[in-house]
Design a protein around this ligand. Sequence first.
Ligand code: FES
Ligand SMILES: [Fe+2]
Length: 345
Amino acid sequence: MTYVRNNWYAIAWSGEIGEALVARRIMGEPVVLYRTAAGEPVALEDRCPHRFLPLSMGRRKGDAIECGYHGMTFGGDGLCRRIPGQETIPDTARVRSYPVRDHMGLVWIWPGDPKLADPALVFDLAQYHDPAWEVVHGEALHVRATCLALAENLCDPAHVAFVHQSTLGNSAHEDVPIEVEIADRRVTTTRWTIDAEPIPLFRKLGRFEGNIDRWQIYIFDAPSTSVIDFGGAATGTGAPEGRRDDCVWMFACHFLTPVDHDRAVDHWLVVKNFRAADPKDNEVLKDQLRMAFNEDKEILEAIRAEEERVPDGRPLRIAVDKGAVMMRRIVDRLARAECDAVATI
Ligand code: FES
Ligand SMILES: [Fe+2]
């Protein structure tokens, strides 16, 4: 399994992490999360070094965790503070402590080399902090598929016309060509559909009378961050030339986390250029997006089952795959660079 470890991954919504011990998994490794009295998130290896009981089955002792089996106690730095029944604490009595950060309503974890965990590398979207835009925090979509399969889906505007006919797509987009641009870790896949009927989601918002020019710009920062810049403006108002003063505009952000070799989580949220007149409107938007993302889940899990049935089947490549193929190459390159770096230490 190809994992890129030196990267910030969303592991939980910030609001989910507090006093209680929360067990999660990333790249097959068990992690326990909690928040100190001062409000700082902590992530530790969820495995006591004594007999390997998950620490998440223990209890909080101030800002530390006491193991639920024999009471060894570990601080937020992973070092053992106490071993009941003995005075000395060996150096090996420790668990791994992961760098963590709160940002954009999420807790981010760095599973790679802690020395490289630069907080400036946590993903940011300027509009998230802009009061002119509204944030709708979504949910965590659990998918039985590899993280790469989810990533492929998010480099692929072409599926929208077929998978999301009741929400995000319609047949007007089916044959519109897709442009792909590559820059370092980023794959940008763009599709403009000019002078077409509004998609069902835009109809629900009740915004457009006639046809629209619609953009779907899928920005994927390998290995785990997808921002879908999408929207529409009345045809003839100049959106393709860059005038977006009167439009529906949203950034759907997807933060992918590999749970293990065949499970992944997508924490999603939306930032949009219009405020809901009534909070219920945001629930309608969330319902629509939840429905759409569940359609992706259904597709990806069905594909996964078929891949398991025929493990060495090779997929046929077609023109719309370009973005996904480039993305896989970048992820491979990043993963290989990490292996090479370890090999030369
Ligand atoms: S298993 Fe944790 S103290 Fe024994
Ligand atoms: Fe989709």
